[in-house]
Design a protein around this ligand. Structure first.
Ligand SMILES: [Zn+2]
Length: 297
């Protein structure tokens, strides 16, 4: 893993999940999102120690998704680093079963939802962060509320580098999933607006290439959310059940929901779009004949 220096004290660790390293006081290092598992954690640690120099004293987690925090435990075991994470995602770090359980309608998840990608090794959490200023190992950080992709996702603006997590997904990922997973559509749209207002020199998204500007990526991601919302509304022109609307969305967008993980990522996503439209008073919600029905207003 080659660390890419972005600023005097800030490096990106590009990979399947893009991480970061910040040099604090006395060569104490801050690691951002070391990745999915022990192998990723060891790689991030090696890059931090050998390419940058110093010891990892803190891990900053952007959100409670396994691919971002699954490596925390391995790094903590080797360094004793303190873990910082936003609420309520900190609950998922401590109890990772919550991630597949949330996707599986709040129930004891199927075995097929317990792979590396959805069920991480538990991470300790030493400090719950909130949006606003934060000081860690002599580094001044602005924590930016980017909730929506997860209940409490945050970005970290450090010197002039913006670690913006999964608030925007690169075209390669959008192309693959067609409809990106969302916990909350209303919050996600607000997060895109907030991300657009952040001043930075370089952005490090959770996935994909490092960016000099976010406006184009924000527009692509926002347009897709609006297209999914419009299609959801169209699918309720005649009263429809949640299951019918989900199937309609998967068909219209050509989403490859071919196995349990891909299907159960999109089931709550469809529910998130419906809740958003209901909040805007665009659809009505009714329980009848043992089903949840939605109809455009
Ligand atoms: Zn994520």
């Amino acid at each position: 893993m080659a660390a890419v220096q972005l600023s005097e004290r800030v490096w990106a660790l590009p990979g399947g999940v893009n991480g970061g390293v910040i040099r604090g006081d006395d060569d104490r290092l801050l690691l951002i999102d070391p990745g999915i598992n022990e192998t990723a954690g060891k790689k991030a640690l090696k890059a931090a120690r050998e390419e940058i120099g110093g010891e990892v004293a803190a891990i900053l987690t952007t959100h409670g998704h396994a691919d971002h925090f699954g490596a925390n435990a391995a790094v903590v075991k080797r360094t004793g680093a303190h873990v910082y994470a936003p609420a309520p995602d900190d609950a998922v770090l401590r109890y990772p079963i919550l991630q597949p359980a949330l996707l599986y309608g709040g129930a004891d998840p199927l075995e097929s939802l317990r792979g590396n990608f959805l069920l991480a090794k538990a991470s300790p959490v030493d400090c719950v962060v909130a949006p606003g200023p934060l000081a860690v190992e002599g580094v001044t950080i602005e924590v930016v509320d980017l909730s929506g992709h997860s209940p409490g996702q945050v970005g970290y603006l450090i010197y002039d580098v913006f670690f913006c997590a999964d608030v925007i997904l690169p075209e390669s990922v959008l192309e693959k999933y067609r409809i990106p997973y969302l916990f909350g559509v209303t919050d996600h749209l607000a997060a895109l607006e907030r991300a657009a207002d952040v001043a930075f020199a370089k952005a490090v998204p959770g996935h994909g290439p490092l960016l000099d500007r976010l406006d184009e990526a924000i527009a692509i991601n926002r347009n897709l959310v609006e297209a999914v919302a419009d299609t959801t509304l169209e699918l309720t022109e005649r009263p429809a059940t949640t299951e019918e609307i989900l199937a309609g969305l998967l068909a219209r967008f050509g989403s490859p929901a071919v196995d349990a993980p891909s299907f159960y990522l999109l089931q709550p996503t469809a529910a998130a779009f419906l809740a958003h439209l209901h909040r805007l008073e665009r659809v009505s919600h009714e329980i009848r004949d043992g089903r949840a029905w939605w109809a455009a207003i």
